[in-house]
Design a protein around this ligand. Structure first.
Ligand code: ADP
Length: 544
């Protein structure tokens, strides 16, 4: 027997309309690319989203069409999110940090009909234009006064386009499984692959972002997503903010420490979200200028493992609680969040910070398991580590246009490519990407563990551990270090520091100092490049 509850579809358009009605004066504050701070309300956002949808309809945009965006976090980008997905089309956020060839590839692969562009990215698209024959037009996200000269043809001014329509637009009702947005994973090998989110998956994911054991987003919070809207929809925050009525502060193109700090203080930001490298810059700025936060209480950090030193600095110096989270583009992205349990209340600050090193417990909706090389499930004892598999209603079942073939097994399990432990309380800890672990004499060394400890050594700004071939052990770890400015930390000092916290056989065989480390478009260290560069490096432990 089926229940007798209404089968109303879960649609993205309902988020902005809900916010307009229930949090009509809730604020959306943006640092614009043009310069000034812009502020308006969810009500304004809903009106303009409807207006834009109507204008796009006049332009000939139809359901399932892909519309690209090359844009920072800002109010116009929010409007595009709502109007494009709300009308049943697909908002394809393009990561401008990808290599030009990759950008060309994904625009063509997605078959974007129109592309919304922030002023900053006009030169980028002008360079690529000859390779984008099927794009019908470019919509520059500014007003007439700021419209630049451009060699692009078929250019529209966002505000002028908007002015061609009124806001009397009825959001269509359609199947909640209709695709809503598209985001390509940077992929360290092969071409980027498109993850195609649906209205349903986006709404379910938003609920989780708002739960206390998720990111705890509510109308009481002012959230500043530093994570870009071109990276897994800013971890779903633009949707969840509307669902909860939280004030949202969008940093635009300025992601430097000074600009972020200023916004956080001026707007009373209580909660933020981003990858560790961003926080490194912010903390650096605050230390140099002797600044303190007056309203910031929590910061969600994910995308890469949070170094212990960062957790400690946030807690001890700034009284900010670090919430470690893990996920991936294929997971919309939230999989686990490291919130404490009741029984941890009595923990000392040190114990709590130790627990925060783990990536956290899965949120309801995400099933998780670890398996060995033969696919056998491993125990949740906090020690056994294996390949991490997930499944759930906001986890990909395949890539756009079936690239890469089948990505789940018969029971829907998706292999994350991460290696992890899970403890009896359900806290998962990533020990490595499966391709980054160092396989030394049959034992696995976690590059993340060694990197985390290395970054805690005074004078070390950034660290990467990679496997280098070794005739006896198969592979041994090599540590690459970027020194903090004006410091001369030595190999011996770093090894001494590591000796206290990691087993002797896990110590790097050598430490090399480099000026910088290569990063992926999403801010992760590009290990594949480092491995290629150092593949012939002779470690000092190799005896001829
Ligand atoms: P990309 O486009 O670089 O693949 P994703 O955000 O999809 O970007 O990357 C997902 C991967 O990032 C995860 O599989 C995991 O390896 C890594 N990751 C994400 N969050 C964390 C975290 N908190 N700790 C360690 N690794 C993380």
């Amino acid at each position: 027997m089926l229940g007798l509850m209404q089968d109303r579809p879960l649609l993205i358009s309902s988020l902005v309309e809900f916010a307009a009605l229930n949090h009509g004066d809730g604020e959306i504050v943006s640092r614009t690319v043009e310069g000034p701070i812009h502020r308006y309300t969810y009500k304004d956002c809903a009106v303009r989203s409807r207006q834009l949808a109507k204008a796009l309809e006049k332009l000939g945009v139809e359901k399932s069409d892909r519309l690209g965006t090359l844009a920072w976090n800002g109010y116009r980008h929010m409007e595009v999110y709502y109007s494009v997905s709300g009308m049943g089309a697909i908002c394809h956020t393009i990561n401008p940090r990808l290599f030009p060839e990759q950008i060309i590839y994904i625009i063509n692969h997605a078959e974007d009909r129109y592309i919304f562009i922030d002023l900053t990215f006009l030169p980028l698209i002008e360079k690529l234009i000859d390779h984008l024959p099927q794009v019908e037009g470019f919509i520059i996200m500014t007003d007439e006064a700021n419209m630049p000269e451009t060699k692009l043809s078929n250019v529209y001014c966002y505000e002028n386009l908007m002015a061609t329509a009124d806001d009397d637009y009825q959001w269509p009702a359609f199947d909640e499984r209709t695709a809503s947005s598209l985001c390509y994973t940077s992929g360290t090998t092969g071409n980027p692959k498109g993850v195609l989110f649906s209205n349903r998956s986006t709404i379910l994911h938003s609920y989780v972002v708002c739960t206390m054991d998720g990111l705890g987003l509510s109308t009481m919070e002012t959230i500043l997503p530093v994570v870009p809207m071109f990276h897994v929809n800013a971890w779903g925050i633009p949707y969840a903010a509307a669902m909860s009525g939280a004030k949202i502060v969008l940093p635009g193109a300025r992601m430097d420490g000074e600009a972020l700090y200023e916004l956080m203080e001026n707007e009373g930001v209580t909660l933020s979200a981003g990858v560790p490298t961003i926080w490194m810059m912010l903390l650096g700025y605050m230390k140099e200028n002797n600044k303190k936060f007056s309203t910031m209480k929590r910061t969600v950090i994910g995308g890469s493992a949070v170094p212990k030193a960062m957790i400690e600095t946030f807690h001890r110096e700034y009284n900010v609680n670090v919430v470690h989270a893990w996920g991936m583009t294929e997971m919309s992205p939230i999989g686990t969040v490291c919130n404490l349990k009741k029984k941890h209340e009595s923990f000392s600050l040190d114990q709590k910070m130790e627990l925060s090193l783990k990536q956290g417990r899965s949120v309801f909706g995400v099933d998780m398991k670890i398996v060995d090389g033969a696919g056998k499930e491993l125990p949740w004892d906090g020690k056994a580590f294996g390949n991490l598999l997930v499944r759930g209603p906001w986890i990909a079942s395949g890539y756009f246009k079936a690239e890469g073939g089948s990505v789940v097994d018969d029971d829907d399990w998706f292999d994350t490519g991460d290696v992890a432990t899970i403890d009896p309380d359900g806290y998962m800890q990533i020990t490595d990407r499966s391709k980054d672990v160092i396989k030394s004499g049959g034992e696995w060394i976690s590059s993340i563990d060694v990197e985390n400890e290395a970054v805690g050594c005074a004078g070390v700004a950034e660290a990467a551990v990679i496997a280098v071939p070794h005739p006896k052990w198969d592979e041994r770890p090599l540590l690459l270090v970027v020194r903090e400015q004006d410091t001369d930390v030595t190999k011996d000092e770093i090894i001494d520091h590591l000796r206290g916290s990691i087993a002797k056989w896990q110590l790097p065989d050598d430490v090399l100092f480099v000026d910088e480390l290569p990063h992926t478009a999403t801010g992760k260290i590009l290990k594949i490049k480092l491995r290629a560069e150092y593949k012939d490096y002779i470690l000092p432990t190799v005896t001829s």
